[in-house]
Design a protein around this ligand. Structure first.
Ligand code: NAD
Ligand code: ZN
Length: 242
């Protein structure tokens, strides 16, 4: 099956790629739905709760700091490297990702070639004036005041740049990702359970525009029946061998 994927990659002129949490598990970042994944450890804090409750904000920040510590130690893996190589050789123009871990950038993909559909965990912004804050800065603010960080300019609530459940998705990354899906002749969804919309609609947008669709994942996904090829297995090994 990997041989078939190698052939499709070889034949393609423009490859669209969507990645989910599964591409980063080999780097040690837990995904959402696998056993031991984030959902088995944490209750979800929704956007409205974050806005209205200081306790929810403090809890969200504790998780952000925990994730920052984790991400400080992780490295991109073979899967990220394969994707970065496809961007470097010009076959892949844009990587759409549901991930917030920044590992595609660490693997060498320029920011301009990444559409982060769910934001980025490495920084934060004031919800009122938009001023950017680094997570480490927010940590100092919280630890010195005991309160959730507030903007030094306008006193607005500071929130990490991750898109929360219940929060509107940023339009621009999704627009860029949809356009890339329409313009590809091969679309590969890697390590996503393909249940979270609108990200999960990207493979179908590509398919509708006549791209061939490949799904690479350890377990079945919602969209397998639409795929021209489904490759089940560990992402790093599969991509490395192409
Ligand atoms: P998900 O957890 O729902 O699905 C991940 C899929 O990848 C699962 O089907 C799992 O079986 C598969 N998988 C995991 N490791 C694999 C491996 N090594 N090889 C092959 N398959 C593997 O994640 P999702 O579909 O991306 O959706 C969850 C949401 O959670 C995302 O939108 C994202 O915002 C967020 N999230 C991000 C990160 C991150 O940035 N790394 C981590 C956890 C959650
Ligand atoms: Zn502000």
């Amino acid at each position: 099956m990997s041989q078939e994927l190698a052939r499709l990659v070889e034949e393609a002129s423009t490859i669209g790629i969507l990645t989910g949490a599964g591409i980063s598990t080999e780097s040690g970042v837990p995904d959402f739905r696998s056993p031991g994944g984030i959902w088995s450890q944490f209750r979800i804090i929704e956007y409205d709760e974050f806005v209205s409750s200081e306790d929810a904000r403090l809890e969200d920040w504790r998780r952000r700091f925990h994730m920052q510590d984790q991400l400080g130690e992780v490295q991109p893996n073979r899967g990220h490297a394969w994707i970065a190589a496809r961007v470097a050789d010009g076959k892949a123009k844009l990587i759409a990702t549901q991930n917030i871990d920044g590992l595609h950038q660490h693997a060498g993909v320029p920011d301009t070639a990444i559409a982060e559909l769910h934001g980025n965990a490495s920084f934060a912004r004031c919800m009122d004036c938009g001023l950017r804050y680094e997570i480490a800065e927010c940590r100092v603010m919280l630890e010195s005041s005991g309160k959730a960080p507030i903007c030094r300019v306008c006193s607005g609530i500071i929130k990490s740049a991750v898109v929360m459940f219940g929060e509107a998705m940023p339009l621009k990354p999704m627009e860029r990702a949809s356009e890339a899906a329409r313009n590809s002749d091969l679309y590969i969804a890697i390590g996503s359970s393909l249940v979270v919309h609108p990200a999960a609609s990207l493979p179908l947008i590509a398919k509708k525009a006549k791209a061939r669709l490949v799904i690479v994942n350890r377990e079945p996904t919602e969209l397998d029946r639409f795929a021209d090829l489904v490759v089940h297995g560990e992402i790093g090994g599969i991509l490395k061998d192409l």
